[in-house]
Design a protein around this ligand. Structure first.
Ligand code: PFF
Length: 447
């Protein structure tokens, strides 16, 4: 196999890895799951899981990738030859595939909204009209499939061009602007009449709302937003030169992620309460609330258009990483094969995603366990596959990699305190596996 291409700069890697992490998870999924789980307590649990499980796991994936400098399957084979551990990589590829199949549905919704804003269809509507317009758009099978297809084509085109040229360049441009627009949005939302109730909802934990299900969802959400458990971060860090500090990268990505989750919460919930909407509206929440907030700003629709463009970009950089992990394994560094596989896998993902898209229209009444196809897919990926992948990665790093070699890998680029390293190791070896198993067993009622 050819040696992996390397990122042309450290910033390129950080931006691409942060681009993978920051996406629909923080901006779309967090508000709706928090809204369904009572707000503050969920937020607190999410932060705790992110700090004590998500971040250590992110660092674990980075260590695997940079130690081996190989893709998501070859990495495990290199470190633990003649074992079955490379199945962790295969599981990650399957998870990524399924994830992108419904992630692209929401990506498509952004494309559809963007089109509506650009063509002026949202000017001068009232807040209930926004919900109606949105509802009728996503329930239309032709439109919703078309926009999902557009989202997938954009993803395929970038991944087909290859890591450095495609992902890195695209990642360098828009993130800071997204942050700025978000801050503007938060300022508008928290100064609305009646905003306080939303702020309290997000920041004041009410533990009476916490069930074992809430705990599982908070854990799944922390893995989801950091992109850990699927070996995507193994793949990305395999392109990183040895001179860079992995802990520093992990902290900056984790920090940005928590910050954007906080911004999303502070933008959405004050507006939800100020406008008398329901926090538990589910996956459509963000799309119903956002235009309402923007309509309260001067030049609101201009800002809304800009926001959607950046939001689309954030979703795409995450989507790139999901497709990239699969394509990098299948193409093994060959540019022609990369192109071919990007198209084949990308289109297959679109096809598998169609029932998820239609869950908001034609298939809305077909449910299993009281959930639509879309909701079941989301649930299985976020709350089953992510935790299992994360569990296996923690076990792999803590048991199959040499502790001294890990310390050395994490000390490149800046010295790492031994105590901090030991704490990380204990978290991976004992705390993460135990906690993940307990939370999962608790939900199925075994304990
Ligand atoms: N972290 C991404 C988000 O929050 O939108 C989702 C994601 C991307 C998860 C890539 C996993 C992954 F491998």
């Amino acid at each position: 196999m050819k040696q992996q291409e390397q990122w042309t700069s450290k910033l390129g890697f950080i931006l691409a890895a942060a681009g993978s992490a920051i996406g629909l998870g923080a901006i779309w999924k967090f508000p709706y799951i928090a809204g369904q789980n009572g707000g503050g307590a969920f937020f607190l649990l999410f932060i705790l899981f992110t700090l004590f499980l998500g971040l250590p796991l992110l660092l674990a994936e980075f260590s695997i990738g940079r130690t081996s400098q190989k893709d998501a399957i070859a990495s495990y084979k290199e470190i633990a030859p003649r074992t079955k551990w490379h199945w962790v990589g295969i599981l990650g590829m399957i998870t990524s595939f399924l994830l992108l199949s419904f992630y692209s549905v929401i990506g498509g919704w952004i494309v559809a909204y963007l089109y509506k804003v650009i063509t002026g269809q949202l000017n001068d509507l009232s807040s209930t009209d926004y919900a109606d317009v949105f509802g009728s758009t996503i329930s239309n099978p032709g439109i919703s499939l078309l926009v999902q297809f557009i989202f997938m084509i954009l993803t395929i085109l970038v991944v087909a061009r290859g890591v450095q040229k495609g992902i890195e360049q695209a990642s360098k441009i828009m993130m800071p602007v997204l942050f700025l627009l978000f801050i503007l949005l938060v300022i508008r939302a928290v100064t609305l009449d009646g905003a306080m109730e939303g702020i309290t909802f997000l920041l004041q934990p009410d533990f009476s709302k916490v069930t074992s299900q809430t705990v599982l969802e908070a854990m799944g959400q922390s893995f989801f937003t950091l992109s850990v458990g699927v070996s995507v971060m193994v793949t990305y860090s395999s392109y990183l030169p040895k001179s860079e500090s992995l802990p520093r990268a992990a902290f900056s990505i984790g920090g940005m992620n928590i910050f954007i989750v906080l911004l999303a919460g502070l933008a959405i919930f004050p507006a939800v309460f100020a406008f008398g909407l329901e926090p538990d509206a589910g996956p459509v929440l963000l799309f119903q609330v956002l235009p309402t907030i923007f309509s309260q700003l001067p030049f609101g629709m201009v800002f809304f258009g800009a926001f959607l463009l950046l939001f689309l970009f954030a979703a795409l950089t995450s989507a790139f990483s999901m497709l990239e992990i699969i394509v990098s394994v299948l193409s093994k560094g060959d540019a022609r094969k990369r192109k071919k596989w990007a198209w084949i896998i990308g289109l297959a993902i679109f096809i598998v995603g169609t029932p998820s898209t239609l869950s908001y229209g034609l298939l809305a009444d077909y449910t299993l366990f009281g959930r639509t196809f879309f909701d079941n897919m989301d649930y299985a990926v976020s709350n089953v596959l992510f935790p299992i992948g994360s569990l296996l990665i923690a076990l792999f790093v803590a048991n199959k990699m040499k502790k001294s070699a890990l310390y050395e890998e994490l000390s490149h680029g800046s010295s790492l305190k031994k105590g901090l390293f030991n704490m990380w190791f204990i978290l991976l070896r004992y705390v993460a596996p135990l906690l993940i198993i307990i939370v999962m067993l608790d939900v199925i009622g075994v304990i």
